[in-house]
Write a protein that binds this ligand. Structure first.
Ligand SMILES: [Zn+2]
Length: 1029
């Protein structure tokens, strides 16, 4: 259960990492100079290991006085990461570790202001800040590229976890409280409130999460894994403030802590600060938090649970889920775990795997069961396989299929080529540079280290691959024997089934009411009065002006005034423009192509997402879909297509529409990958109706399952649908209508009509008309790559006379506006063809999507100005300002929602949103009050500077070598434009902010749209201004 992760991870898709000095390896080499036994600032070095395949050196240390463990990974990456993790092993489902995770971030001894964690988001240039509660540990990571910022954040994090205030009012706000529905009205009924309480209600409205939770509870029933570490909403109100403080005292101690640092900042400085600010104040204790091994069962077990009905289920009669799960090896046995992980991939990943063939292609269900595959998050790893979207009567036959498949694998083994494909995948994953590599490493080692395994062993992937190959060579039945040992002969095996109960949510609500009644009945009048008083006290505290002056902060002057420009070169392959960007990609080549949709007839548009999903999965040329999947795995890091709508950066009514083809491969495989692409373009196979059915069911199931998690995205897409032509197109490709269309297709008994649409879309899309390409690779590779791209373009079909642009309103714009005419770098003029819809008129609309969820997702969107407009920068700062200084307190702290705020989209849509929100219309009122607050201008220069820092931390977030130059290629935003935008951001003043609030956000100024996803709502149903869906 993560604090805010879902929201952050949505934003994180745009966060990429810079790698400077890639070839130097200087930090890694320097770290090799540490000697075992050396003492540094209270720590002893106990192991130094070079890991060449990841370009890093690992240094393990122990803190002498407390026994705290430390791992530093020295690597030439400026995106430095810190994390501290505690082993938290609760024995009940009150959610104590989760509520503690929230509450320690509410103020500490040195930083006594309210909510320093959220405040630091505005006082730092962090590239990541978060906290996670896993089943058996709690982790606090952050990353930043600025060394001063690193020290600031480290200081706040250390004080938060070791010296939190843990006040009773913080516990009420973040955990749970009994309070009057309207705190100021003592006659209004008592209800439960609290951030974690609502967060968990939201989390368990997701049937996949519910299933995964029960799976762990029942497969590992002897100790901490039998409870819900995030908190069961019906047990959360059993937790007391005293118990919370006790849990902190016993678990958040250095002797129970594991510190991790990563990057190019010097280790000594980290050690000194951690020792002086925290560890020197503690003595060693015996934490007693270890998880004992699960005692093994002598015979398999079965369990059944109920869930809420899925109103979008493709087939209402098929809503049962079944899985068979096995307990595997100890997580600290790193080679065994590596082997079992690889084995799981062989067993159920992709259309060539035995479980895919036996279960998915049998079309008994829609998709694999939740949590299918390998799970290494507990002390002993597990493996699960099963199906969702099945009929109840199919449970037994499916168990039979699983057993039979295991027997067949033991008999026949795996094809050598599949094993090679997986080892190739590991190689490419190691070489692919991501922007959050430190965080990936921290997560990869967390579980093993948590149970006292050696985290460095987990990272030695090269050794593991060598050892694996040796085992296979020595014993060709190596994998088959593992399958026999862990699956066939394993009696620690659980069958879990889940089926819907129409009254499920009703029963949950009734149980909550019972719980409230139970609490209220024991209250004396005096106690009731006290609750009323405390409710007012909390409200007053939440509404008080906050003093954050104790917190460290960067200044606006710490932000780099200019950005380094990315060099790209433009050339032509035939008449197709190709952008080349030389980058230290570590031997991986990234190829993309964007093909326009301008000639596609309107009636085919809704099927473009389906087309994209299946185009690389149905087979091509002489390859059937299995052979194609095998080739893609053997030769590439993935080949995919996705629809994209790009709003113009200077005109709200203009946008570009197309499909983006993306792929990557090792340098040695580029010719093969481009050949695969030309075969996909020239001879895609669209004849296999059964294959299409399998894929469509999976997509429909995934889309439906995604709604409880991404409700805010669906609400925002709908709310902006009537504001711009691009918003309308976005709804067609990615809105609730798309989900409903997929569901309809999945239900169709005959798919031939859909199958016939695919070649029609191909005709308009898979050719070199209106295409542009981009390639990122090492400088040495670019010359060879251009030959391969030329060959690809020559081979795919060219212009045909009969394909006219359907829209009369096509606007041609230069791809890089800074390089119109003949420019040195761009050489020739390259344009994009955008479209406008002169019949489009923005209009107001309010939509309510009724779902059986216990929480809401609300969104209000306002049409403002495009990226290049002078006011865009002011609106962007304003969105951040109103989030941090007003909406966060109203929607999260007072309202009890998991999240809420405002943001400005690239297309100029100002979006208010709430996430897992107990309120609906009240939140809409908060949005309106947010605008009033902004208009009144009662914010300080400090507030504005903080908003600027926060905006710049996303503007300046690192970009991976694979993604350099993409802003220009995809969005037509050149580095010159980005630099101008930076200057506009720096220049924003108090007056500008008040001006744009009045000019665009005030009621009656601009067109707006509203949408809510949530449960039945009487007041909205009665209000004719709402459209109910
Ligand atoms: Zn949480």
């Amino acid at each position: 259960m993560l604090r805010f992760t879902k929201l952050i991870s949505k934003q994180m898709r745009h966060v990429r990492l810079a790698f400077r000095r890639w070839n130097s390896n200087s930090m890694s080499n320097r770290a090799l100079g540490y000697n075992v036994g050396e003492e540094i600032h209270g720590f002893t070095v106990n192991k130094v290991t070079n890991i060449p395949e990841l370009f890093l050196t690992a240094v393990r240390l122990d803190h002498i006085d407390t026994g705290a463990q430390y791992l530093h990974l020295a690597r030439d990456d400026s995106n430095n990461l810190f994390s501290v993790q505690f082993r938290t092993t609760p024995m009940d489902s009150t959610g104590v570790p989760h509520i503690l995770e929230h509450t320690v971030l509410c103020g500490s001894e040195k930083y006594p202001c309210r909510d320093p964690f959220f405040k630091m988001l505005n006082r730092s240039l962090s590239t990541f800040m978060n906290a996670f509660t896993a089943s058996d540990y709690t982790m606090y990571p952050f990353s930043t590229q600025n060394s001063k910022d690193f020290q600031n954040l480290l200081s706040v994090y250390l004080d938060a976890v070791f010296f939190p205030r843990l006040r009773e009012l913080d516990f009420w706000q973040e955990g749970w409280r009994l309070e009057h529905e309207i705190p100021k009205d003592p006659l209004s009924p008592f209800v439960f409130k609290g951030v974690v309480f609502n967060e968990m209600k939201g989390a368990f409205s997701d049937n996949e999460a519910l299933f995964a939770q029960h799976l762990q509870n029942k497969l590992l029933p002897d100790h901490t894994y039998s409870v819900v570490s995030g908190g069961d909403p019906l047990h959360i109100p059993d937790l007391t403030w005293e118990q919370l403080k006790q849990f902190h005292a016993t678990h958040y101690h250095p002797s129970n802590a594991r510190f991790f640092t990563y990057g190019d900042l010097p280790l000594e400085q980290h050690l000194k600060q951690i020792h002086e600010e925290a560890l020197c104040k503690f003595q060693q204790i015996k934490p007693n938090t270890a998880v004992p091994p699960q005692s093994l069962w002598h015979k398999p077990r079965a369990h059944h649970i109920k869930c809420g009905p899925d109103s979008l289920a493709a087939d209402p009669a098929k809503q049962t889920t079944v899985s068979v799960s096995y307990l595997l090896a100890d997580i600290t046995d790193t080679f065994e775990v590596f082997t079992l992980n690889l084995l799981s991939t062989l067993l159920l990943s992709g259309p060539n795997s035995p479980f895919y063939k036996a279960l998915i292609e049998a079309k008994i269900g829609t998709n694999f069961s939740p949590a299918a595959g390998f799970d290494g998050s507990t002390r002993e790893a597990c493996f699960s396989v099963g199906l969702q979207g099945i009929e109840e009567s199919d449970v037994e036959p499916i168990r039979g299929i699983i057993a039979k498949t295991i027997d067949e694998v033991i008999e026949n083994g795996f094809e050598e080529e599949r094993i090679e494909a997986i080892l190739h995948k590991i190689e490419i994953q190691m070489k692919h540079q991501t922007t959050n590599f430190g965080l990936s490493l921290a997560s990869a080692i967390a579980s093993c280290w948590n149970h006292d395994g050696d985290p460095v062993e987990v990272l030695k992937i090269g050794d593991k691959v060598t050892q694996f190959r040796e085992c296979l060579k020595k014993n060709p039945h190596f994998l088959q024997e593992k399958v026999k040992q862990y699956f066939k002969d394993n009696s620690h095996c659980l069958t879990l089934t889940m089926s819907p109960d129409d009254a499920y949510f009703e029963k949950q609500a009734r149980a909550e009411q019972e719980k409230i009644k139970e609490k209220v009945i024991s209250l004396t009048d005096e106690k009731k009065k006290e609750i009323y008083q405390k409710g007012l006290e909390l409200l007053a505290l939440q509404s008080a002006t906050q003093d954050a002056s104790s917190l460290p902060a960067l200044k606006v002057s710490d932000i780099q005034p200019t950005i380094p420009f990315t060099e790209v070169e433009m050339a032509f392959a035939g008449d197709v423009p190709v952008q080349y960007c030389a980058q230290p990609t570590n031997g991986v080549v990234y190829f993309r192509a964007l093909s326009s949709l301008n000639t596609l007839p309107e009636e085919l548009k809704p099927y473009v997402p389906l087309f994209c999903h299946v185009i690389t999965k149905m087979g091509c040329g002489s390859l059937d879909y299995r052979q194609q999947a095998q080739q893609i795995e053997l030769k590439t890091g993935g080949m995919s297509a996705s629809p994209c709508i790009v709003p113009d950066n200077s005109d709200m009514d203009v946008y570009e529409q197309g499909v983006l083809f993306s792929s990557s491969c090792l340098e040695r495989n580029l010719t093969d990958m481009m050949y695969l692409w030309s075969t996909v373009f020239n001879n895609p196979r669209f004849e296999d109706e059964e294959r299409l059915r399998v894929l469509v069911r999976q997509i429909a199931q995934e889309l439906c399952n995604g709604i409880p998690d991404s409700g805010h995205v669906y609400a925002a897409v709908r709310a902006s649908r009537t504001l711009t032509p691009s918003g309308e197109a976005e709804e067609v490709f990615g809105g609730m209508n798309q989900v409903k269309l997929m569901k309809r297709i999945a239900e169709m008994p005959d798919l031939t009509t859909v199958l016939r649409l695919l070649p029609r879309i191909k005709l308009h899309l898979l050719n070199s008309d209106n295409m542009r390409c981009a390639l990122n690779a090492t400088p040495q590779q670019i010359c060879k790559a251009s030959d391969d791209i030329n060959m690809f373009i020559r081979e795919i079909s060219r212009k045909k006379k009969d394909r006219k642009l359907l829209r009369a309103h096509v606007i041609e714009k230069p791809l890089n506006p800074a390089h119109t005419g003949s420019s040195a770098t761009y050489g020739v003029k390259v344009t994009r063809k955008l479209i406008s819809d002169p019949t489009f008129k923005p209009c107001e609309m309010k939509t309510y999507f009724q779902f059986p969820f216990p929480v809401h997702f609300a969104s209000e969107c306002i049409r403002t100005v495009p990226y290049t407009d002078n006011d865009y920068a002011s609106l962007r700062i304003l969105a951040r300002l109103v989030t941090a200084k007003f909406l966060h307190s109203e929607i999260r702290e007072k309202g009890g929602a998991y999240g809420g705020g405002a943001k400005l989209g690239q297309g100029g849509i100002f979006t208010f949103y709430s996430y897992r929100d107990p309120n609906s219309t009240e939140t809409l009122a908060s949005f309106t009050n947010g605008v009033k607050w902004a208009k009144a201008g009662k914010f300080t220069q400090q507030d504005i500077d903080e908003a600027k820092l926060s905006v710049f931390s996303s503007v300046d977030s690192p970009i991976a070598p694979s993604d350099k130059g993409m802003n220009c290629f995809l969005y037509g935003i050149s580095d010159e434009m980005k630099q101008r935008h930076r200057e506009q951001l720096f220049a924003v003043t108090h007056d500008d902010l008040v001006k744009v609030a009045n000019k665009y956000l005030a009621i009656g100024q601009s067109t707006r749209g509203v949408a809510i996803v949530g449960p039945e709502n009487e007041s909205i149903t009665k209000d004719p201004s709402w459209v109910i869906r």
